[in-house]
Design a protein around this ligand. Structure first.
Ligand SMILES: Nc1nc2c(c(=O)[nH]1)N[C@H]1C(S)=C(S)[C@@H](COP(=O)(O)OP(=O)(O)OC[C@H]3O[C@@H](n4cnc5c(N)ncnc54)[C@H](O)[C@@H]3O)O[C@H]1N2
Ligand code: MOO
Length: 401
């Protein structure tokens, strides 16, 4: 049976670039950037006043001058003024361009306002340093510098920078078209009251929600456990999606027809079964000129973990997004797992005041225990080769919150 690492590698080898599209920058939050974003001007684009107060020529202050007569006011958004007499000052407002022939800003809090012979003037009552309170032209970023690299997910900080550089539209990755296939005759719609032998469909909706957190909308269809009708339902849909994510009908049951149906439809199966728990029956394949297929086991926790361990990264790869670095956490209590499978242990993550993240195993009745996910933030990866995992040891953690 394939190891988790081998399965992951096979999956990632099938990643295909989904291409790009151009969207208005205000609509780009959450999208994956596909172009370089450069500074069209220096940051800041002019010597920017950082405090409300007065701007002076420091030479006058250095020569011992303490009182400055006001010549004018430089407001934000107003073209640059010039000091006509370097012994005077100009009142300046935060965000204004620094007036010509001034080089130092003194905030109102360090000044005493007065008047003399009809002229407004300020007396300095605190020591002044040359150049203080000026955000110097180009001191943050120089013009033409790359601000954001392709592959970054656009968030609030990126939106602000896009606006600043006048990038009204932006090239981003196209989102995958995803179809979710929910299988099983035991499933009834959410609004219905199930008979005792039935359950409400839930996996399709948690998968939809997993995708929604990535900004991806997906539709779902419900397939019954009948080979002919599965085949008939899926045949017209092959060209419509980039990814199929199915739930259920992939293990050893008499009605687990999905692997056979996918083969009949022409899917090239790349693997079936992975050395892991939960999620061992995972099947993966691809259609030539059609979707890749993640056939997830029906047990809710299995499907959930397979989504985070595999599907998520395929999608990020196909959108040419940066794959996040793996996180690690310290196991909070001893765990014994003797089966020769990689164990995905549901855990709650708690960051201690020491800065160390601990992983607390959550009570868990196996992969059918849907409610156990409510208390878990992710799963810890316990290697197949070992069976006793000691408290205090560090393991990789995959987060779903
Ligand atoms: N003889 C064997 N039996 C099983 C094996 C095995 O290796 N040999 N593997 C077990 C493991 S591990 C898992 S996981 C399950 C996976 O089975 P399937 O993928 O075929 O899934 P189903 O049998 O269709 O369903 C399993 C379980 O999940 C519920 N389910 C399915 N879809 C949904 C949905 N959309 N919403 C809510 N719940 C859903 C379904 O009702 C079943 O209870 O097989 C073991 N058996
Ligand atoms: O994949 Mo199964 O999840 O081990 O119950």
């Amino acid at each position: 049976m394939l190891t988790v690492t081998a399965a992951y590698e096979i999956i990632m080898q099938t990643v295909r670039d989904l291409g790009t599209e151009t969207v208005p920058f205000e609509r780009a939050t959450g999208r994956i950037l596909r172009q370089r974003v450069m500074a069209d001007r220096p940051f800041p684009p002019f010597d920017r006043v950082m405090m409300d107060g007065i701007a002076i020529n420091f030479d006058s202050y250095e020569r011992g001058q303490q009182i400055f007569v006001v010549e004018d006011i430089q407001a934000a958004g107003q073209p640059r003024l010039q000091l006509s007499n370097t012994a005077n000052c100009i009142e300046v407002m935060t965000g204004a361009i620094l007036p010509e022939l001034t080089d130092t800003v003194i905030p109102y809090e360090h000044l005493e306002a007065g008047e003399h012979e009809g002229f407004k003037r300020f007396t300095v009552n605190m020591p002044v340093k040359k150049g203080q309170h000026i955000h110097v032209l180009g001191s943050d970023v120089s013009s033409g510098a790359t601000l954001i690299e392709p592959g970054v997910q656009i968030g609030p900080a990126e939106i602000g920078v896009l606006a600043t550089v006048g990038q009204t539209t932006v090239e981003v990755s196209r989102k995958p078209r995803v179809l979710i296939l929910a299988t099983g005759d035991e499933l009834v719609p959410v609004h219905e009251t199930p008979d005792v032998h039935q359950i409400r469909m839930s996996n399709a909706f948690s998968l939809q929600a997993c995708l929604e957190t990535m900004g991806i909308e997906a539709r779902y269809i419900h397939l019954s456990d009948d080979q002919e009708s599965m085949l008939a339902a899926l045949t017209p849909l092959i060209r419509e999606s980039d990814i199929w994510i199915s739930s259920g009908a992939v293990s050893a049951g008499k009605y687990d027809h999905l692997p056979a149906v996918l083969k009949q439809l022409g899917m090239q199966q790349l693997f079936h079964k992975v050395q892991q728990r939960p999620g061992k029956p995972l099947l993966f394949g691809q259609f030539k000129d059609g979707p890749v297929v993640f056939a997830l086991p029906g047990n809710p926790v299995s499907g959930f973990m397979c989504f985070y361990r595999y599907v998520q990264h395929w999608i990020l790869g196909a959108m040419q997004a940066q794959i996040p670095e793996l996180s690690y956490a310290v196991l909070a209590e001893k765990v014994v797992f003797e089966t020769n499978l990689e164990y995905f242990l549901p855990v709650k993550l708690v960051a201690k005041p020491t800065g160390i993240v601990t992983a607390i195993p959550q009570p868990y009745q196996g992969s059918g225990d849907l409610a156990s996910l409510l208390k878990a933030d992710g799963f810890l990866v316990l290697p197949a080769a070992e069976s006793v995992f000691e408290e205090g040891h560090v393991f990789a953690v995959w987060k779903f919150r």
